[in-house]
Design a protein. Structure first.
Length: 358
């Protein structure tokens, strides 16, 4: 295929997906004064967008999405989330509140709620495993771990409106019945990379085999996501040096580790009036373009902690060096993909703090 034609296809696909979400704003029966709208704004819109257009979270206003899942799927997703895959659970919401949010999400488009049989799908998981490698693994991962990144364009191709979900995720498997999975496989998702397997030539029994294989992930999903909060949310070191010397030591340790000081400021600078900031609380921001780029690619919310930040404080005659513990980021953002990056960042912090205070 010629490059120009490829580019044209990409543009058309991108515009089509955007147009579908745009149409949802004018082809829905949303009641912005309803309880569900208020609850959605409070708990969901920061990630999924005010009108379900997506952001860190997937777009919910896609017509083909709402036309392929029932309210039970939406409600269970709200309640259970997706462990390790950005979407947090909401155990404290009442059943009525979950129902209100579900009905509000359903109102993003006129598409009627589909009705699914409760009958389980019978298939051969061993045959399904072979079909999965051939037809599904490219997007969903060899073990059903899903696409990398989050919903926003920085961490996924901009022309793809939704990332391939993690099919081995306990939250997904508890939310999607066999028939919901089968429908998605059979019909695909319009204007997304998810193609209809029926249109690709698979017979119903082949699709049943695939459903059975995906359902077999339930035996593995309980052990697949392990995220623990660190004992300490803040790294603290006491410095034997003076306040001024400790600041210089931190900057030298940053350079020794191949990183750069991005900026320095007094704690509170830019918030309080000039001259009123804490004079003995010095903040050093550091990093590299690669470190920042890698962190944002894993999860754009890492922008809250990048570039890195170390604070030097003098209090009661003691000099302390403090930093947020990166080991908490995986749990904080419910994103298992941050694990290796957070571990690497933790090692960098520990090395810099040790060098500067030894």
């Amino acid at each position: 295929m010629k490059p120009a034609l490829v580019l044209l296809c990409v543009v058309v696909l991108s515009l089509s997906a955007c147009a579908q979400v745009e149409r949802a704003e004018t082809t829905s029966d949303r009641d912005e004064d309803a309880t569900g709208a208020r609850l959605y704004a409070q708990h969901c819109s920061a990630c999924h967008g005010n009108y379900g257009r997506g952001g860190v979270g997937v777009p919910l206003a896609l017509e083909d999405f709402l036309g392929s899942v029932n309210n039970q799927y939406i409600s269970r997703t709200i309640r259970l989330g997706r462990p390790g895959r950005v979407m947090p659970p909401f155990p404290r919401l009442t059943d009525q509140e979950v129902q209100e949010i579900t009905e509000y999400v359903r109102s993003f488009h006129w598409a009627d709620e589909p009705i699914f049989s409760s009958e389980p799908v019978e298939g051969d998981p061993e045959l399904g495993a072979k079909l999965f490698i051939a037809f599904c693994a490219r997007c969903h991962g060899a073990n059903g771990e899903g696409g990398a990144g989050t919903g926003v364009s920085f961490s996924r191709p901009t022309f793809i409106p939704i990332l391939a979900p993690a099919l081995n995720n306990a939250g997904y498997l508890a939310s999607a019945t066999d028939q919901v999975i089968k429908r998605s496989l059979t019909l695909g998702r319009e204007r997304t990379p998810m193609r209809s397997l029926s249109a690709m030539g698979l017979r119903e029994q082949n699709i049943n085999d695939l459903v059975s294989y995906i359902r077999s992930f339930e035996t593995l999903s309980a052990d697949r996501v392990v995220m623990k909060r660190p004992a300490n949310a803040v790294l603290v070191r006491q410095s034997p040096y003076s306040y001024e010397q400790t600041i210089e030591n931190i900057k030298q340790a940053v350079a020794n580790n191949g990183l750069s000081v991005v900026r320095e400021e007094l704690l509170g600078e830019g918030i309080v009036d000039p001259g009123e900031g804490e004079r003995k609380q010095h903040v050093i921001y550091f990093g590299s373009l690669q470190m920042i780029s890698d962190g944002l690619a894993h999860d754009p919310r890492m922008g809250l902690f990048l570039p890195g930040k170390i604070t030097i404080v003098e209090h009661a005659g003691k000099i302390k060096v403090l930093a947020s513990n990166p080991e908490q980021y995986t749990t904080l953002f419910n994103n298992i993909a941050l694990s290796d990056f957070a571990t690497m960042l933790h090692e960098i912090y520990q090395t810099i703090l040790a060098e500067a205070t030894s």
